[in-house]
Design a protein around this ligand. Sequence first.
Ligand code: SF4
Ligand code: SF4
Length: 368
Amino acid sequence: MEFDGIKNKFGFGCMRLKMVDEKVDYAEFAKMIDLFMDNGFTYFDTARVYLGGQSETALRDCLVKRYPRSSFTLTDKLSDSCWSEEKDIRPLFESQLESLGTDYLDFYLFHAMSAPRYEKYQREHAFEVVQQLKKEGKIKHIGMSFHDQPEVLDKILSEQPCIEVVQIQFNYLDIDNPHVRSMGCYDVCVKHHKPVIVMEPIKGGTLVNLPDEALDVLKECGKGSPASYALRYVGSHDQIFMILSGMGTREQMLDNISTMKDFVPFGEKEFTAVKKVNEILTKAHTIPCTSCHYCTPGCPMQIPIPEIFAIRNNETLFHVWSPKKDYEMLTMDKSKASACIACGQCEGICPQQLEIISLLKEIAEKYE
Ligand code: SF4
Ligand code: SF4
């Protein structure tokens, strides 16, 4: 499971970068990249749809222009919402290379693959186009990020041998989550001998912001931050060759680096502890939103869906005394949950398959 130039299994997911006035904070991003590279980490993950295209261009200016191309690994994706027909794929890919300022990608992934998307990708010969790009030397390895059930993954991997790596959502809270089935997907990758890239190891921050009862379990188990437990859990599975963390601050990065630099796999004690934390969080009935923001650009009412869910989850987990006030502050200059017109765009794209329309309705009734 070795790929050229990849020396360790920790990658920088560039989808939650620090923003200032709706623009990526370049100075901060460059400092984070330097910190990351200085510590021997070299894998960067992006997509055209991250931060409205700014993730790609920020990587060009803060990474590609500042470091020799051979010193880092760059992964980008073919996102479904960016193309309609076969003829769109090559120009999209070329524009991604241009945005990144490079003439090749180390990995190119079919993004957020699911059963309906697989139909489109087959119909429009996306697998053939991407294999041709690989033959031309513009892509070193082909992969797929995946959001569906293990049975669908098994079918795709059986039919598409060109896929060399699979990116799945894997963390100790989603192991048996019926919408995600992390362990089922992982087992399919093992069956097909595909190295696994992990996204959402801390489930969009959920496994960092733990309630006291869960924090006590981890404290009793030993030292280390909640994030360190989440990363060590993931890294303790043999088929995983890369763990992506969507770090937004240097503080988060330092914490993650301290875990991943001298990696210590879980023993039985730690596996038992995170199982207990899983039970506590599952019992709390939070909304399993990962704050990926896939749903927001296409919302005709511009509803800040993940931020609204975060307020509701904070109330559930931490019993904050002012959720209505937080909600009023958030929606002072943004649309409220009640503005939803039930168009369904968000539900069609949500990788967690959340029933966003009814959740927003409940929240509107509660907070408005
Ligand atoms: S269903 Fe509601 S929240 Fe979702 S995209 Fe449509 S208007 Fe926005
Ligand atoms: S509701 Fe779904 S698509 Fe929107 S941010 Fe949450 S997980 Fe992502």
